[in-house]
Design a binder for this molecule. Structure first.
Ligand code: GRG
Ligand code: ZN
Length: 327
C-alpha cells in the first residue's frame, strides 16, 4: 500500500527487500525434507528447531499455514516421566528443550495441555544450593540455564517455585568488570551469555544490578564496519548476534547507541533471495537458526510488516500479552 511504501522509504528500505514469502516457504520445506543435511543435523534438537521455525512464521504472519494439533501431539510425545522435554521423541530431557517446548505451546495458544506443576517442579529441581541452575540431571551449570529456568517458570506463572533471590545473586556473580556477563563466575563476557543474564534480570525486575552505560558501550562496540554485530572483540560478525546484542541493548534501554539501519542492511544482505532462508554472513549457506535470528533481529529493529518480538521472552509480543494480560 502507499502508506507502507512511505513508511519503508522513510526507514531507508525499499518495499519487498525482505523476502517474506520465500523465507516462510523455506521454513516449511525444512520440516518436510526429512533426510537432507540440515534435517539430519537438526534431528537431535528438533524441539529447538520447531521453536525457531514457528516463531519465524508467526513474525512473518504465516503461522496459520501449520497443522497445530499435529505439532502439539508431537511436542507432548517428547515429554519425559520427570516432566522435562527431550529434543525429539525418545531423547533425554534437558532444560534447553523444555523451554522450546513451552515456547512452542505458547505460540500455538496451547499451554493448557500441560501439567504445569509437574513441569515447574522439574525446572525447580535443577536449581543448586548457590542459586545456579543445571541443564539436566548430569549437572552442567551455565547462566543459559538460569535464564531458561526463569523465563520458563515466568511463562507458566510459577516463578515462586524457585529461590529467585539466590538465582539473581548467582547471575550477578557472573558479571565482569567490562559490564558484560559470562557462563559461570569469571567466565569471559559473550553476547549470548549477556542476553541470558540481562534477560533473567529483566524478567525478575532486577536490572538495577546492570551498569547500563558500561554494558551498553561494550554491546555497541560489537558493531563492525559491514554493519553486522559480533559476539566478542576481534570476532567475525554473524546474523545471530543481531538478536543477542540488540535484545540486550533494548532491555537496558541503549539501542539508540547503535546504527540500526546498518544492522538491518547486514541482515538483508544475508538472505538467499532465490530459495529463501538467511545465513550467518553474506554468501554462506542458510539455516533455520539464522533465519530465525535474522527475522527476529529485523523485528526488534521495527522492520515494516513484521510482528513485534519481546526482547526478554523471545516470543512475539502478542503471545506475551496473551499470557500476562489475558486476551
Ligand atoms: C530463547 C533465544 C532463546 C534462547 C534460549 C540457549 C539460550 C537460551 C541462549 C544461548 C546463548 C548463547 C551462549 C548464544 C551464543 C551462540 C553462539 C553463536 C555461540 C558461538 O560462540 P563462538 O565463540 O563463536 O564459538 P564466535 O561468534 O564468538 O566466533
Ligand atoms: Zn551465528
Amino acid at each position: 500500500s502507499i502508506i507502507c511504501f512511505l513508511v519503508c522509504s522513510l526507514k531507508g528500505f525499499t518495499m519487498g527487500e525482505l523476502e517474506v514469502e520465500k523465507h516462510a516457504q523455506y521454513i516449511l520445506s525444512v520440516e518436510k525434507r526429512k533426510d537432507d543435511f540440515e534435517s539430519v543435523v537438526m534431528e537431535h534438537l528438533r524441539m529447538n528447531g520447531a521453536y525457531w521455525g514457528l516463531t519465524t512464521l508467526d513474525l512473518l504472519g504465516k503461522l496459520e499455514t501449520v497443522d497445530k494439533d499435529e505439532i502439539v501431539s508431537w511436542v507432548m510425545s517428547c515429554q519425559h516421566e520427570s516432566g522435562g522435554f527431550g529434543g525429539n521423541v525418545g531423547h533425554d530431557p534437558h532444560i534447553l528443550y523444555t523451554l522450546s517446548a513451552v515456547q512452542v505451546l505458547a505460540l500455538l495458544d496451547k499451554l493448557d495441555v500441560l501439567d504445569i506443576d509437574k513441569l515447574a517442579n522439574y525446572i525447580a529441581s535443577l536449581q543448586n544450593e548457590d542459586g545456579s541452575f543445571s541443564g539436566d540431571m548430569w549437572g552442567e551449570v551455565d547462566t543459559r540455564f538460569s535464564y531458561i529456568a526463569i523465563c520458563c517458570l515466568s511463562l507458566l506463572h510459577r516463578i515462586d517455585k524457585i529461590n529467585v533471590e539466590k538465582a539473581v545473586n548467582y547471575v550477578v556473580s557472573c558479571k565482569n568488570l567490562d559490564g558484560g556477563f559470562g557462563s559461570i563466575p569469571g567466565g569471559e563476557s559473550h553476547a549470548g551469555q549477556i542476553f541470558c543474564c540481562v534477560g533473567a534480570l529483566a524478567i525478575t525486575g532486577s536490572l538495577h544490578h546492570v551498569d547500563k552505560d558500561l554494558l551498553g558501550w561494550w554491546l555497541c562496540e560489537r558493531q563492525v564496519k559491514s554493519g553486522g554485530l559480533n559476539g566478542r572483540p576481534e570476532k567475525l560478525p554473524d546474523v545471530c548476534y543481531s538478536w543477542w546484542v540488540l535484545s540486550s541493548l533494548i532491555m537496558i534501554d541503549r539501542v539508540h547507541w547503535i546504527n540500526k539501519e546498518k544492522v538491518a542492511r547486514f541482515i538483508l544482505d544475508c538472505q538467499d533471495k532465490e530459495n529463501g532462508g538467511i545465513s550467518d554472513r553474506p554468501d554462506d549457506a542458510v539455516d533455520v537458526f539464522h533465519t530465525y535470528f535474522g527475522v527476529a533481529g529485523l523485528s526488534l529493529l521495527e522492520y515494516p510488516g513484521l510482528k513485534a518480538i519481546d526482547p526478554a521472552y523471545a516470543l512475539p509480543v502478542h503471545v506475551v500479552n496473551r499470557i500476562f494480560f489475558g486476551r
